[in-house]
Design a protein around this ligand. Structure first.
Ligand code: ATP
Length: 512
């Protein structure tokens, strides 16, 4: 199966087992809007808890807030979103389809990179152990030709981006012969800027109403509450404010399932520090956030940093943590050193002094800020994509198992009486009563035990507990492990501790 086909299978699995549904599906859905089902919401909540506790409980100097989606419209003038939160768009006149011009060029560049990598892979196969990749890349004529093409287009693209030169974007698309995947033609319109913020009206009458935006990021809620939190919490610099909440962007290229949605959720933390110390904090937060990811056990090799070549005008350092999604390494989280850009602009536009008085030095200053920003939905996708596994069993059958990191699994334990009679359901109920205060669980007495195990595998339940006739005499049950499928007999009283060890969020946090 190709990666693309595998991805389709994953999307279908997510729907079939209640993780994620297309929104308003009975009306044929709404593009790039998805709902979380009964399993998805638990996975999402577990991810949010892991982040929230890691931020606000493990760091004495980080507190959380919950600000509103609606904010005063001036917020978005100060943040730069009204003027510059734009995507460059281009339409194909034949198919009438709209694309992001920068994405068309980036996809073209990615294809060249793919060609180069294929050549390198061929070389490796041909030369075996004697293969010297650096030398091959420096001398192979096919690689050199493709590399020259890449460098030329990449150079032009960076310059166009820097100068915000929309005509040059179009020229690159034309010169590279990029065609619309639907119509196959290069009959393009000019490139135009398009603002990504959704707007609506607030107020009863048309005259008195005010145009307001649905926030495109949660961070500004933190900046406008900076003074309140600092004062009422008697916070001393350096300190951070964390927030989880919805954000809205009118994304044009909305694809790849929950990777890019129009309504999504962010977990953002703004860390305020003394000007001049921001690089030190930037380095610390890079390390800290990578640790948070790797701690989940999904393989350190599946994450990498991508330092930004081109920095936004307000940033003096920026990096992405990229994850190895089924469609390649892509941004999962951003870490940005934003200087005093946001607080400084809010101070200017509001006329309110937003400064920190340092009691030790007697100086006042607008704090600098390092931001960590991760999409909850992208994190869900990373977990779901990594966990989806198809295994061949010894008896020739296949099992689909979601190897979700146990502390994030929606259901921690399934309790199953072997048969629906002989007093086994009653004992199973008692087992449920001993476990339900600590763990999310499912009770299942329908179908064969094999089928029930498969259902739990498909939603990633780490443990299944089976009550059989022997339980009546020895008080033991069979505990089956999702990943190894091993089964052991354990006493009912021991269940809680054994399960706890593997699924506990506390233990996960302790390892950070
Ligand atoms: P991209 O370049 O992929 O559009 P971005 O650089 O615009 O992302 P940021 O503004 O830095 O993203 O937002 C921080 C995080 O929010 C991203 O790392 C991502 O996890 C998440 N995010 C941003 N846009 C979306 C979206 N449309 N759908 C889902 N998650 C998103």
């Amino acid at each position: 199966m190709t990666q693309e086909e595998l991805f389709k299978v994953l999307v279908a699995h997510c729907k079939e087992y209640g993780f994620i549904f297309p929104s308003s599906e009975i009306y044929d859905g709404l593009a790039a809007v998805y709902d979380y089902g009964q399993m998805g919401v638990q996975l999402k909540n577990n991810i949010k808890n892991y982040w929230w506790e890691a931020m606000t409980r493990l760091n004495e100097n980080i507190v959380g807030i919950d600000s509103c989606v609606f904010m005063h419209p001036k917020t978005w003038v100060a943040s730069g979103h009204v003027a510059a939160f734009n995507d460059p768009l281009i339409d194909n006149k034949d198919s009438k389809k709209r694309y992001r011009a920068d994405v068309l060029i980036e996809d073209y560049l990615a294809k060249i990179e793919e060609k180069i990598n294929k050549e390198v892979a061929k070389g490796r196969k041909r030369f075996g152990d004697a293969f010297d990749e650096a030398q091959f890349r420096a001398t192979n004529p096919n690689v050199l030709r493709e590399k020259a093409k890449y460098d030329e287009v990449h150079g032009r693209y960076l310059k166009a981006e820097e100068a915000n030169d929309l005509a040059e974007y179009k020229q690159i698309i034309v010169d590279c012969g990029i065609v619309c995947p639907i119509s196959g033609t290069s009959n393009w319109t000019d490139v135009r800027q398009f603002n990504l913020m959704f707007s609506t009206e607030m107020g009863a009458s048309a005259d008195a109403s005010m145009k307001i935006y649905l926030r495109p990021e949660t961070a500004q809620g933190i900046f406008v509450e900076y003074l309140n939190v600092q004062k009422t919490g008697r916070m001393k610099i350096p300190f951070g404010i964390a927030q989880i909440g919805k954000a809205f962007r009118n994304e044009i290229v909305a694809r790849q399932f929950i990777f890019r949605m129009r309504e999504f959720e962010q977990m953002e933390m703004e860390f305020f520090c003394k000007p001049g110390t921001e690089m030190e904090w930037f380095a610390k937060w890079k390390e800290n956030r990578m640790k948070w990811h790797v701690n989940l056990g999904m393989g350190a090799e599946n994450y990498r940093f991508h330092d930004h070549e081109k920095l936004a005008h307000y940033a003096n350092a920026a990096t992405d943590i990229e994850f190895n999604f089924p469609f390649g390494f892509k941004e999962l989280e951003g870490i940005h050193s934003r200087t005093d850009f946001d607080l400084g602009n809010h101070q200017k536009l509001s006329g309110k002094k937003i400064q920190y008085f340092d009691p030790e030095t007697g100086e006042s200053y607008v704090p600098y800020c390092v931001e960590t920003s991760i999409g909850v939905d992208r994190m869900c996708l990373a977990v779901l994509a990594h966990s989806y596994t198809v295994e061949k069993l010894e008896n020739g059958e296949e099992r689909v198992v979601m190897k979700i990191p146990a502390p994030l699994a929606p259901i921690k334990v399934a309790v199953m009486p072997l048969v629906k009679k002989d007093g086994l359901p009653e004992i199973a109920q008692k087992v449920v009563d001993t476990l339900k205060y600590d763990f999310s669980y499912q009770y299942d007495e329908k179908d064969s035990i094999g089928k029930r195990y498969r259902r739990q595998d498909a939603i990633g339940t780490p443990f299944c507990v089976t009550i059989d006739h022997e339980t009546l005499s020895d008080g033991c049950v069979t505990l089956r492990d999702r990943d190894s499928m091993t089964q052991e007999r354990v006493k009912i009283e021991e269940l809680r501790d054994i399960i706890e060890k593997k699924v506990s969020l506390t233990n996960l946090l302790r390892n950070l």
